[in-house]
Ligand binder design. Structure first.
Ligand code: SF4
Length: 380
């Protein structure tokens, strides 16, 4: 497949949010091995915490609206004991949810925790594909999500039918699916990966194989650059991370020239930053591309007092708890994942009280997806 240069009319009708199209300053040597997309990021809808069915149930509930925050916390703590439940929360969850969780982490860490726990009930405070991953790993446990409408704009960019078609076009291809995918898409993949281990997963695949990487094009570009492998990219993106621009980074560094810059590989500016790093335009000793788990490790170990954080802003709460003596500045203060924020304290309480909403993944999708997830968990 030919490369598609920025602004190419072949993709202009579909690639409404593509950074290569919007930003003609992308470096010419990026060597984008880009597939013509069959469909482009479609989940641009921004859910509102107020308008989900779970939120409506909270508002009509005979008990919950009259409870104070403290009463809700006490009831959550009582019910988690009674039900022998474990509460897992992603780094982007609201601070109060993170504070109540038994474990807070990134996608990989949460998958590992789900696989290891012997608790009969797992309450997953994250988005739906993450709860699905827990259900795939723990079919004998009850996996609950407090709001099943906690979706993911990135996961929604690709369907299982589209992956099957892509594989048919590349019979020598190995499909590497970022964990931000729905279960039926994982079932079509050879490997899953997270932003923590995407590079290692691709490095583990024999050189004579083509890599079909989905759905995040920015993470795929990052993997391509780090491994030197030819990577076919699915042109999906997360609406939160795609909003980061190189200008945001430059402005932040001008304001805080001595800070460490922590950059998530899903960010829309990551390929430009990699180029700027290579050309010396970004400080190589203070620019770090990390998953959210990698950011936590970084601030624990770093001696730098100020960190610029380029990912969803929920991460700042986590970092502040891990290394409270340091200062964290969001590169983009409005980088908020509304899907993650659909999980609220009243919904967490209702999940434990009413045992809703159960997430199940049926066979044969579960077993097939499990293979790809197990390969991900083996390569850490
Ligand atoms: S931040 Fe982006 S990738 Fe993560 S859950 Fe939200 S929409 Fe999905």
């Amino acid at each position: 497949m030919d490369n598609i240069p920025a602004g190419d009319p072949r993709c202009s009708s579909q690639r409404q949010e593509c950074k290569a199209m919007k930003n003609p300053t992308l470096p010419a040597d990026l060597n984008l091995q880009v597939e013509l997309p069959t469909i482009m990021p479609r989940s641009k809808t921004r859910p509102s915490v107020r308008h989900t069915a779970a939120q409506a149930a909270i508002e009509q509930d005979s008990e919950i609206p009259s409870l104070t925050e403290q009463e809700l916390i006490e009831r959550v703590n009582q019910l988690r004991k009674e039900r022998h439940a474990v509460i897992l929360a992603h780094n982007y969850q609201l601070p109060i949810i993170q504070d109540l969780a038994d474990f807070v982490g990134d996608s990989l860490q949460l998958s590992q925790q789900a696989a290891q726990t012997d608790a009969p009930v797992i309450v997953f405070c994250g988005v739906h594909f993450m709860a699905e991953t827990a259900a795939i790993l723990c079919p004998d446990r009850t996996v609950l999500i407090p709001d099943p409408e906690a979706g993911c704009s990135l996961a929604a960019t690709v369907t299982a039918d589209e992956v099957r078609q892509w594989k048919a076009n590349h019979p020598n291809g190995v499909v590497v699916a970022y964990v931000n995918t729905n279960a039926d898409v994982k079932a079509e993949a050879d490997y899953c990966c997270t932003s923590s281990n995407a590079v290692k997963v691709v490095q583990s695949i024999p050189e004579d194989k083509e890599i079909l990487f989905l759905p995040d094009m920015f993470l795929g570009l990052y993997v391509q650059r780090m491994t030197g492998r030819k990577v076919h990219l699915w042109l999906g993106e997360c609406h939160v991370h795609a909003g980061f621009r190189a200008e945001d980074i430059v402005n932040a560094l001008q304001r805080y020239p001595d800070a460490d810059l922590l950059l998530h590989p899903e960010c829309g500016c990551v390929s430009q930053c990699m180029f700027a790093l290579a050309s010396g335009d970004l400080p190589a000793d203070r620019t770090f591309v990390h998953s959210t788990g990698g950011m936590v490790r970084h601030v624990r170990e770093s001696r730098t007092p100020i960190h610029l954080v380029a990912t969803e802003v929920g991460m700042l709460h986590r970092l502040s708890k891990e290394a409270p003596q340091k200062e964290y500045i969001p590169v983009k203060a409005d980088a908020i994942c509304e899907y993650m924020k659909t999980i609220t304290l009243p919904k967490l309480y209702r999940a434990l009280r009413d045992m809703v909403y159960e997430v199940r993944v049926e066979e044969p999708i579960r077993s097939r997806a499990r293979l790809a997830i197990d390969r991900m968990l083996e390569i850490v």
